[in-house]
Write a protein that binds this ligand. Structure first.
Ligand SMILES: [Zn+2]
Length: 1049
């Protein structure tokens, strides 16, 4: 190792010149990360392949300005130099971190070369040399080093935007080429069109930035330097928190919930004081260029400038999940003084219809595009396609936001398609929720086992020898919704010791046998974290060969499993012993719920697996299966009862679980009579999850992945209690047991919807269950409120949840530790597990949001082409469940929607009810009471109460210039329910029918267009991922599970 001194000349914040001497160490051995290495570098696992035509070395300027281009997976063999990455760091840490992630990710063919530590590539900066020139020289020197180090076996291309550098270096060394980015892309990647578009877009925005005058008027104040912000937070002068823009008043209102404010809130609530110090209101321009999701630093304004937030309904949206206190008192109000972390992402925007007023220069036009997400400000971009892209949706990124500009600057990344078309809209939802589901790559698929109809995958005898073989001893079966392809879980039950012992078994697909930690498939599954279910399609977490075939515990084939086997006392059902481990199973029956219930009830049942058998044999088999199901039910009842005694009861009734979500229109698909067998299967899975949770928590007290569910916030119960009181019911929210029991009692025999609505409202108060690392929470925070269990995790669905994969690995590590063998790899640290838990929590939330948004999309498309005045399907019954300042929130049973209905207009007109119940708009006033709302006009006073059944007309409303999501508008036409409900489709077919009709309409439209102009073909991605055109019952049931108060097992 050689020490040199490196002299830095810096300028202090006060403008003084400071000379800093740093010791700099160089080594003669710095890894090259190339598979062609002849010098025995210590290269580790990720290396650049040797079969490429060249390696590319971008200089600092290219990495700083065009790093997005280098992120394309299509580009291979990229060498990032330390010099270039340091330069990027000065642009922003998050960019630097992105490159670091890229380098770590084996899916990208790129490496980081520590050129400044390598003796022969390091060049000290010369006197008078500019930083940029020095950086370019360093990178060139690194490029030459690579060429020599690899003995001339690989061509090296250095790319730079510095024309002088091209002239100076390009002919110095044969085998090392120096060219511009544009030339590089044109010559080497002509076919990757998106790269070229992105290059054009970025370079245009860079040119614009250069040309921008700096003498403009300041619209915003400068952000304070980080040191001052940090000191201010420490001293308590400033608050730090995440900025959340109110989507109903995006220009006016945003809130910052200060970090660690929970304690403050709790204290305040205990003192019965309603001032919410943890939440700060940011109004208008005080947001100071912060964007929704940024971590900001806020200074409180003097109390005289505090304001309240608005509470009236705004068009286009349902209600928000917030404590509703009717009137808004002034709340802490502040201004943003700095941004700690910018959380900018890709945004979908719409190009406005051109009106000729936008500025236009010779080559390009600067236009303001409107983000789909209302919480994001308009973004200014330069483009040459402003006309061609009118009313199209385009992905853009924000580059900067200057103090002199009312809007941030950005550049376009790619075009999604015309607004309003199904594919464009679905892609929009995915991008807006940061859901990235590219087709599984070839390299990933090469990791997969081979299985085809002609040559199905088979178990390996040497692997079987290592496992407990249950094929000859255990009657294993699965019970799932009809049509389920990916069978995660199976069960078994048998009698031992002459009937004294019952052995219960839960056998889960052994996904981790096929998905090795750190493999490409593992990384992809980890970044997806879950399977995404949209209304008309799904995006799997694992490649289909695993999820629908090799891992799926199908009937009649040998499969690897992870099993939990309990020995229970046959009398008391107490657990005597638990065994965990890897097994081989062969499922005998793949039952669906209805069939299993029929068998249990002793009804005539048609079991497909027994079709071929003779009468006698069939009867014997049926008897055996029936007995197993009976025993299982017996055990499950016991487990459930024990759970009920052990703590509070579960909140949800069966009815809620079955008929839950209002906006998702799924209620109708679930059997109205829930079957006990649902409960039985769920209970067995809960039992296994709980058992595994205990096991991994005991083995890894600081780094096990568990799942917790906190009690709901009491203030959210306000609406529920008010609504119930208006019908004379009292709801106790003291504990989940009290809540469940009081909800059970709140039944109006005249109106079954009352109980249903109360339960829906109770559901809305519930918090999300969350994954966490056991080292990050005190023990008393592990509690699962919904299940009333003190430890819980997810183990039973590894095919579609990444958490379960992590838990399987933890369980295997725990088992090998029990056997005295140290696990193959040390388990991840608490910090790693907690980070992973947060990632999975975030993805689960995105999965939920995208599912809801895609349902909204389909509902809108369903009503889009109907005439609300003539189409009877647009007129339907609605029930009022909440009162707002200028209207009410209603639930529409037929379509399972929850929407606002306005009773007052801004122009001073209100809804007046005539003698026949018909509603008209007249001049008047509106008044909000606790459980009702009144309107007064020349025709008298009318009243709308909670639980009133009214008639509404549903019409489609396009958002302004189709920039945002469309929405449905509900208008009250009578304060009574519709007279005749008329012949309507049975609810059980409604949703699939809705989806079908929308798709047919979409296809018909597409055909029309095709005749006019050729329709762009579906991308490869779209083709591959249209895995299921119609939603199957399986995915819908999963949806219900997720929605239920009760945790999906
Ligand atoms: Zn080497």
């Amino acid at each position: 190792m050689i020490k040199t001194e490196r002299i830095l000349r810096l300028r202090s914040s006060r403008g003084r010149r400071v000379r800093v001497v740093r010791e700099h160490y160089v080594r003669d051995r710095v890894p090259c990360y190339s598979s062609l290495c002849q010098a025995d570098c210590d290269n580790g696992a990720k290396v650049l392949p040797g079969d490429l035509t060249h390696y590319v070395v971008p200089d600092a300027g290219v990495v700083v300005d065009y790093h997005e281009i280098l992120e394309f997976r299509e580009l291979h063999g990229i060498v990032f130099t330390q010099t270039a990455c340091q330069a990027l760091k000065s642009k922003g840490r998050r960019f630097y971190n992105r490159i670091r992630e890229l380098v770590k990710d084996p899916r990208h063919s790129c490496v980081l070369f520590a050129n400044e530590f390598q003796e022969y590539s390091y060049c000290p900066r010369e006197k008078g040399e500019s930083q940029e020139k020095w950086q370019t020289r360093c990178v060139y020197s690194a490029a030459v080093w690579y060429y020599n180090h690899l003995a001339g076996m690989m061509n090296i291309v250095m790319i730079t935007e510095d024309q002088e550098a091209v002239a100076e270096y390009s002919s110095l060394h044969s085998g090392v080429y120096v060219i511009s980015v544009q030339d590089y892309l044109k010559n080497f990647w002509p076919e990757v069109e998106e790269v070229h578009e992105l290059y054009a877009s970025i370079s245009r925005s860079l040119r614009e930035k250069e040309g921008e005058g700096s003498k403009k008027k300041k619209e915003f104040s400068e952000h304070l330097p980080t040191e001052i912000l940090e000191a201010g937070i420490k001293s308590g002068r400033y608050l730090q928190g995440t900025l959340k823009v109110n989507k109903h008043r995006p220009q006016k209102e945003a809130f910052v919930t200060s970090e660690g404010s929970n304690n403050i809130n709790n204290n305040i609530n205990n003192n019965n004081n309603n001032t919410d110090l943890g939440r700060v209101l940011i109004r208008d321009k005080n947001r100071n260029r912060a964007i929704h999701g940024d971590v900001v630093v806020v200074e409180l304004l003097p109390k005289s400038e505090w304001r309240g937030k608005g509470t009236s309904l705004t068009e286009g949206h349902g209600d928000e999940k917030e404590g509703q206190d009717g009137h808004s008192k002034p709340m802490p109000t502040g201004r943003v003084v700095g941004i700690m972390q910018k959380n900018w992402r890709d945004y979908v925007v719409t190009f406005p219809i051109r009106d000729g007023t936008q500025s236009q220069t010779r080559n390009s036009q600067r236009i303001l595009v409107v983000p789909w997400d209302r919480r994001i400000p308009k973004i200014r971009i330069s483009t040459q396609q402003a006309d061609a892209l009118q009313e199209h949706r385009v992905v853009v990124r924000i580059d900067s936001w200057e103090t002199t500009s009312l809007y941030p600057n950005g550049h376009s990344v790619r075009v999604l398609g015309r607004a309003g078309e199904l594919e464009t809209e679905v892609q929009t939802l995915l991008i807006e929720n940061c859901i990235h589901v590219p087709p599984f790559s070839e390299a990933q698929l090469r990791e997969m086992p081979v299985s085809s109809p002609d040559k199905p995958w088979r178990v390996d005898p040497s692997e079987v020898a290592k496992r407990r073989d249950l094929r000859g001893t255990h009657l294993v079966f699965s019970i799932d919704p009809k049509g389920c392809e990916d069978v995660d879980d199976t069960m078994s039950v048998r009698s031992l010791d002459g009937g004294k012992v019952l052995e219960l078994g839960v056998h889960i697909a052994d996904v981790t046998h096929f998905v090795k930690e750190g493999s490409l498939t593992d990384l992809e599954a980890r970044s997806r974290a879950t399977t995404y279910y949209l209304t008309d399609r799904r995006y799997d977490m694992l490649p289909p060969v695993l999820s629908a075939d090799v891992c799926s515990l199908l009937q009649g084939v040998d499969r690897y499993a992870m099993s939990v086997l309990w020995k229970l006392d046959a009398e008391t059902l107490d657990v005597k012993d638990v065994w965990y481990g890897r097994t081989v199973i062969k499922s005998s029956y793949q039952l669906h719920y209805e069939l299993a219930q029929q068998l249990l009830n002793g009804e005539e049942a048609d079991v497909p697996e027994l079709k071929e058998l003779g009468a006698q044999e069939k009867e014997a088999k049926l008897k055996e299966l029936r007995q197993a199901l009976k025993t299982l039910t017996h055990v499950a009842r016991h487990l459930r009862a024990k759970r009920g005694r052990g703590g509070a009861l579960e909140l949800e009734g069966v009815e809620v679980r079955a008929q839950l979500d209002e906006t998702r229109n799924i209620a109708a698909l679930v059997p109205s009579q829930p079957l006990e067998v649902h409960e039985t299967v769920a209970e067995c899975m809960i039992f296994a999850n709980q058992q595994v949770a205990v096991k991994i928590q005991e083995s890894f007290p600081h780094q096990a992945l568990l799942r917790r569910h906190t009690a709901p916030r009491r203030d959210l119960f306000f609406d529920l209690v008010v609504s119930a009181t208006s019908r004379g019911f009292s709801i106790s929210t003291r504990s989940n047991k009290d809540l469940a029991e009081s909800l059970d009692r709140a039944v109006d025999p005249e109106d079954p919807l009352v109980n249903r609505i109360l339960r829906i409202m109770a559901t809305h108060t519930m918090s999300q269950a969350l994954y966490f690392s056991t080292g990050s929470q005190p023990l008393d925070q592990f509690y699962h409120y919904g299940l009333a269990l003190d430890r819980y995790t997810h183990f039973t669905s590894p095919i579609r949840r990444y958490a379960d994969i992590v838990v399987h690995r933890l369980l295997m590590a725990a088992i090998s530790m029990d056997g005295g063998v140290a696990p193959l790899r040390p388990p991840a640290t608490n910090k790693d597990v907690q980070e992973l838990a947060q990632h999975i929590n975030g993805r689960n939330l995105a999965a939920k949001v995208v599912q809801r948004q895609s349902t909204n999309l389909f509902q809108c498309l369903y009503f889009r082409d109907r005439d609300p005045e003539t189409d009877p399907r647009c007129v339907t019954e609605a029930v009022i469940y909440s009162i707002r300042d200028n209207g009410v929130l209603v639930f529409v049973p037929e379509y399972g929607m929850k929407e606002p209905v306005f009773l007052a207009h801004r122009d001073g007109r209100v809804v007046a009810v005539g003698a026949d119940g018909r509603c008209h708009w007249l001049k008047g006033s509106v008044r909000h009471h606790l459980d009702h709302i009144t309107t007064t006009s020349s025709s008298g006073t009318s009243c709308f109460r909670i639980f009133d059944h009214i008639t509404v007309r549903i019409s489609f409303s396009s958002s302004t210039s189709s920039c945002h999501a469309d929405y449905l508008k509900l208008e009250v036409i009578s304060n009574r329910p519709p007279h005749s409900s008329g012949p309507r489709p049975p609810p059980s077919r409604l949703r699939s029918q809705l989806v079908k009709e929308v798709q047919q309409a979409e296809e018909a439209q597409a055909q029309e267009k095709e005749e006019a102009s050729r329709l762009p073909e579906l991308s490869k991605e779209e083709r591959e991922f249209r895995q299921s055109k119609m939603p199957n019952l399986y995915s819908l049931l999963e949806e219900v599970k997720e929605l239920a108060l009760k945790e999906a097992p």
